[in-house]
Design a protein around this ligand. Structure first.
Ligand SMILES: *Cc1c(COP(=O)(O)O)cnc(C)c1O
Length: 469
């Protein structure tokens, strides 16, 4: 299998090259040149597989020999050892034919662990084979940083540096980054804003000699390997609820469109998905797109579900590529216009296709708190604000009560204790293995908002290496 860029002007690559590249050289995102298929027999066979086997079988056609299947299986099995629930992604029933899938039993209590724990190991495997190392740098306003750091800790071929704005992330979020005891993991508190952090990361990537000298790389949400790993839990849930004999619907709280694009990919592969619903908070560019056929950038407003406070959903370009009938050149033009004008309107025919594939729903903060309270009162389950948007979306977008619908629960309630306490009066406790998080020693470097200082810091702590030309 080869991967092509959504902007049509970068070379097609194999899985391992796409893994290390992340973004394509023409600024596009990589997508597979054809969808592998999951037949009804494949799905029936998966009914007897455990979660790691399911991930391996779903990912194998995407990896397509770039990594031997035995190695892939071993690495995937190892990735999910760090999960605190023996089902890895347990399904819980909230009502008749109404379910939620808990994706927060990984080390950082959010769904990103499901993919990143695999991706960190994939990086290590490919880098070891090539005799190379990389230096991962990233900026985080909260959750992604700790998931990436946990995924890269103690990996032989990786040094990782995560920048976050000092004093502007929650205590739990900060401690999840600063209490990781691994020599290759570096938390940097920048005396500035999240935008300052992001600007410095961009500047480091744009400093070509620096980038090449230290082998800079990223594990951000546009990496295809993350999507591939996420497809598996949709397959897993659908098989558990009756696929291939019975179709299943999903409701997905959405920010960068990575999670729900994995569901869409599963549908392309033949998983019987009746409907896919996207949930947004007040930052509703995707819901507005489905309502109007036009993407238009607003300003990001803070909400109770900060991991969805996004205006430009990076992975949405993968759906646009399909709507543009895989015409990369036309999409590159449309994306340039979008960058300039902040608006991208699609034709009525393309809008109709998008609406046929996705339903959309938005929920403000008051509705989010109300949903947390209501679900807690009626089922005893305590949802985090992101998961609450998923559940409310499932309720609002449900078309056929005879079809099971699964809402994705993307974070543990203890990650967002203030909102949960406001809604229920209960302050959710951190799960056992993190119960001493608030007393663990922290290791963090506070640096001024100054690019040269941060670059010197990274250079001094990156393991020396010879980069091939
Ligand atoms: C990242 C994240 C999301 C958004 O997922 P996307 O793949 O960006 O759409 C939603 N909820 C939580 C808790 C997250 O961490």
């Amino acid at each position: 299998m080869r991967y092509v860029s959504t902007r049509g002007a970068a070379p097609a690559l194999a899985f391992d090259d796409v893994l290390l590249a992340g973004l394509a050289r023409d600024g596009g995102l990589y997508v597979p040149d054809a969808w592998p298929t999951l037949t009804a027999d494949d799905l029936r066979a998966l009914a007897r597989a455990d979660y790691a086997e399911t991930v391996t079988r779903v990912m194998a056609p995407f990896v397509d020999g770039a990594i031997a299947e035995d190695d892939l299986a071993a690495l995937v099995t190892d990735a999910y050892r760090s999960f605190a629930h023996s089902a890895i992604v347990p399904l819980k029933q909230l009502g008749p034919n109404q379910w939620m899938m808990e994706l927060f039993h990984g080390p950082t209590l959010a769904f990103k662990d499901l993919a990143l724990q695999v991706v960190g190991r994939l990086f290590d495997h490919v880098l070891a084979r090539r005799g190379r190392r990389v230096t991962i740098v990233g900026a985080t306003s909260g959750d992604t940083g700790s998931a990436a750091m946990e995924a890269c800790r103690d990996r032989e071929g990786i040094d990782i540096f995560i920048l976050f704005p000092e004093g502007r992330v929650s205590e739990v979020q900060r401690r999840q980054m600063t209490t990781i005891e691994a020599a290759n993991v570096h938390a940097i508190a920048v005396q500035g804003t999240f935008d300052d952090c992001q600007d410095m990361v961009k500047a480091m990537f744009n400093d070509i000699p620096f980038r090449d000298r230290h082998g800079l790389s990223a594990v951000n949400s546009i990496n295809w390997a993350r999507i591939a790993a996420q497809i598996a839990y949709y397959v897993w849930a659908a098989v558990a609820l009756g696929a291939p004999a019975r179709a299943v619907s999903f409701a997905v709280p959405t920010g960068n469109f990575g999670n729900v694009f994995a569901a869409h990919a599963a549908r392309h592969m033949g998983l019987p998905i009746a409907s896919l619903a996207i949930g947004t908070n007040r930052n509703d560019i995707l819901t507005r797109f489905l309502e109007t056929g036009s993407l238009s950038i607003g300003t990001v407003e803070p909400s109770l579900s900060p991991s969805m406070d996004i205006q430009v959903s990076s992975n949405f370009e993968r759906l646009l590529f399909e709507l543009f009938d895989r015409d990369g050149k036309a999409l590159a033009g449309a994306m340039a216009d979008f960058r300039r004008d902040g608006v991208l309107a699609v034709s009525p025919e393309r809008w109709a296709r998008a609406k046929a594939d996705f339903a959309g729903f938005r929920l403000d903060d008051a509705g989010t708190l109300e949903t947390i309270r209501r679900v807690w009162q009626s089922t005893g389950e305590i949802l985090d604000p992101h998961s609450a948007i998923g559940v409310a979306t499932a309720e609002a977008c449900r078309v056929d009560p005879a079809v099971p619908i699964v809402a994705l629960a993307c974070a543990h309630p203890a990650k967002f204790p203030d909102a949960v306490e406001r809604a229920t009066g209960i302050r959710p406790a951190l799960p056992g293995r993190l119960s001493d998080l608030l007393t663990r020693p922290e290791r963090v470097s506070v640096l001024p908002n100054d690019l040269a200082t941060v670059q010197d810091f990274v250079a001094a702590r990156t393991t020396r290496q010879e980069q091939p030309a």
